[in-house]
Design a protein around this ligand. Structure first.
Ligand code: ADP
Length: 192
């Protein structure tokens, strides 16, 4: 199954993706994690992305698309994947559509985790203490939420217009949200 998780920073995409990976036995592809790995490795791509990410802005579409294309054409994605953190704007949504059409692997479903803004701010503040990510400073968090509203929220309509959107309540225990996702994806699941 090819699945994309949509939702604001702090909506729980990464946590749920990890569980889904175990359940569906397909890779979890997080563009944020791929970028953080490039930054940590000090590659030229990482050097270009570092300051942009720390400020909570989007890395250039061309850089992220190149990175994603490389990942999606690896053999472990043949049975599907869980995409997290991409697409983040309409240009990326169109580029992904074209890429998946080219490799004959169209997206099956987009799962949106809806979480109220106040709760997002609380969750991100909690995570900042626990993880100390460079982009978890209060200013960067505010900016990430603004970038989400302005650029990423329209991506939800992109999938809704294709009839692929499952809009879910992202508030609840990890198990509750996970079970909502399983229910939403069950018509597409060939595992579990
Ligand atoms: P969060 O969803 O909590 O903001 P991510 O790990 O998904 O965390 O992303 C962290 C940062 O990585 C983003 O703020 C952005 O700078 C960069 N990034 C991740 N995915 C993309 C993307 N698809 N396009 C552009 N930048 C991205």
């Amino acid at each position: 199954m090819r699945l994309v998780l949509l939702g604001a920073p702090g909506s729980g995409k990464g946590t749920q993706a990890t569980r889904l990976r175990e359940h569906l036995q397909v890779p979890h592809i997080s563009t944020g994690e791929l970028l953080r790995a490039a930054v940590a490795a000090g590659t030229s791509l990482g050097l270009q992305a570092k300051a942009v990410m720390a400020a909570g802005n989007l890395v250039s579409d061309a850089i992220v698309l190149g990175m994603l294309e490389e990942r999606l054409t690896q053999p472990d994605t043949r049975n599907g994947f869980i995409l997290d953190g991409y697409p983040r704007n309409l240009a990326q949504a169109n580029a992904l559509d074209a890429l998946l059409t080219k490799i004959d692997q169209p997206m099956d479903i987009a799962v949106q985790l809806d979480v109220d803004q106040d709760l997002l701010v609380d969750r991100l503040a909690g995570r900042a203490k626990a993880e100390g990510r460079a982009d978890d400073s209060p200013e960067a968090v505010r900016n990430r939420l603004k970038v989400y509203e302005e650029q990423t929220a329209p991506v939800v309509d992109f999938y809704r217009n294709q009839g692929k959107l499952a809009h879910l309540d992202g508030v609840g225990s990890l198990d509750e949200v996970f079970n909502r996702i399983l229910e939403a994806i069950s018509p597409h699941a060939d595992v579990g």
